[in-house]
Ligand binder design. Structure first.
Ligand SMILES: *[C@@H]1O[C@H](CO)[C@@H](O)[C@H](O)[C@H]1NC(C)=O
Length: 467
């Protein structure tokens, strides 16, 4: 009996070890990150959706549909091969976004001969037919036994790909370091003399833009981040650690991370409003201004794209209870809507206006994270966050809007923050607490009415309401 019990205990222990090992690594990594960037963890702009499991139900139907469509496209993948190679399973290949196939130093996966990402299905599985190739890129170099910046990897069955004479599991096709991201200034201008900046990956095949940003370099404000969402986005990689935000060389050498710290933001707001402004902050209740992502980390499938969202030009000061409240619900709802509708969306996530609060004499004053030597406010605290969603196929659209002033009264919100006809009663795919001011009072409008009102979007052709 005793022997049996000890074997059982040992087995239980080993199973527990196997399950807890990745968590230990994650915790170690998080601890290391914390040491490197204490200020980044001080103010989490929490992506709660990363902890939310992808729902089942309608999405499963889509997965089956997609698999059936794939099968039609690649009949050879389903047929039994005549000769089975000893080293391969001679079937299709799969790569999972959340099953350990993709290492931290994973290469970028592009369709053969193209500049588009290889997309998983909504359950996170990339299917590659036997004998088909995908292009893989590193920004540094492939790790041994491979080398160079690009390989053409041919599916050999299961998780095995053949490249440059090597047959390797996808887990072992890695770069010597994480894929680097960068930004570049274009010659295009956007709203009010602002500049179109591109965030992306500089690969041997060319620059792959992941986010297009409309940013005013002198006012240090971003009007919007423009990018796409596909049904595949619900299958985004969930284990990518959050890095610190970086300026990417914009903001005239300003230490923007410091301006966002709780200590600095409270000092700056006190200069604008007076010492009584401390009543607008309650750090224990997440009442402070966070680094609010425009294009969210979880709006992108792959690690390299997710890490490329951490530029200040893709962020704005956002009350944290709103960031982790209704705005998180909007981000999550839109992504799941793309999957359940099997739709490809064009997204503009932006900011509008400058939020105000009463100063110590009761006068409403505009809020910024920096007042320069000329007395000009920079890095404004926006009045509104908005997300324009346009279905590329149907040209139907909607804009989801959240009020970035958790201290405003309902009367002030109705007067200064609701700028178009509210159609949010038609939206049943966002589980938000719409009228909760602390979580960010939220509503929705027709794109054309909203665009005309704010005047800062490029011309969009939207033919009706998406809901
Ligand atoms: C509040 O703003 C008004 C208008 O700018 C100004 O006259 C007043 O001195 C300010 N009060 C404080 C306490 O700064």
């Amino acid at each position: 009996m005793a022997v049996k019990w000890s074997i059982l205990l040992l087995a239980t222990f080993l199973v527990a070890q196997a399950y807890s090992a990745p968590e230990i690594n994650l915790n170690q990594l998080l601890a290391e990150e914390a040491l490197k960037y204490p200020e980044a963890l001080e103010e989490p702009d929490v992506d709660y959706q990363e902890r939310t499991a992808v729902g089942s139900g309608p999405e499963e139907v889509i997965i089956n549909q997609l698999l059936a469509e794939e099968a039609l496209k690649y009949p050879e993948a389903l047929e039994e091969p005549d000769v089975v190679e000893p080293m391969s399973r001679a079937g299709a290949c799969t790569i999972g976004t959340n099953n350990g196939d993709l290492a931290a130093n994973q290469p970028v996966l592009l369709e053969a001969g193209k500049t588009t990402f290889v997309l998983p299905d909504t359950s996170g599985i990339i299917n590659v037919a036997n004998g088909k190739t995908i292009d893989m890129y590193c920004t540094g170099a492939f790790a041994s036994p491979l080398s160079g910046k690009k390989i053409s990897a041919k599916c050999d069955g299961g998780d095995v790909f053949e490249a440059n004479g090597h047959k390797l599991s996808i887990k072992n096709i890695v770069c010597t370091g994480p894929v680097a991201h960068t930004t570049r200034k274009t010659s295009k201008s956007c709203y009010g003399g602002a500049t179109v900046l591109e965030i992306g990956l500089s690969l041997e095949v060319g620059f792959i833009t992941t986010i297009e940003v409309c940013h005013d370099l002198s006012k240090q404000v971003t009007y919007y981040s423009h990018y796409g969402l596909s049904p595949a986005n619900v299958a985004f990689e969930k284990s990518v650690s959050r890095p610190t935000f970086i300026t990417g060389g914009y903001y005239d050498g300003e230490d923007v991370n410091k301006l966002y710290t709780q200590v600095s933001q409270m000092e700056t707001i006190a200069k604008i409003l007076g010492p009584g402004s401390s009543k607008y902050f309650d750090l224990n209740k997440n009442v402070y201004l966070a680094r609010g992502h425009l294009a969210a980390k979880a709006d992108f499938i792959y690690a390299a794209e997710q890490l490329a969202t951490f530029y200040f030009i893709n962020a704005a000061p956002q009350w944290q209870t709103f960031n982790a409240g209704n705005w998180e619900r909007v981000e999550d709802g839109v992504k799941k809507f793309a999957a359940s509708r099997n739709a490809n969306f064009d997204i503009y996530t932006g900011t509008w206006g400058v939020s105000t609060l009463a100063n110590d004499s009761g006068v409403q004053k505009a809020l910024y994270l920096k007042i320069n030597s000329a007395g000009q406010g920079l890095i404004p605290v926006p009045k509104l966050y908005y997300r324009v969603v346009i279905d590329k196929a149907s040209k139907l659209g909607i804009v989801l809007i959240g009020v970035n002033n958790i201290h405003a009264t309902l009367d002030e919100i109705k007067k200064d923050y609701i700028i178009c006809t509210d159609v949010s009663s038609k939206v049943n795919w966002i589980s938000w607490d719409k009228t909760n001011i602390q979580k960010g009072y939220s509503y929705a409008c027709e794109v054309n009415e909203f665009a005309k009102k704010i005047g800062q979007l490029p011309s969009l052709s939207v033919s009706g309401l998406l809901y």
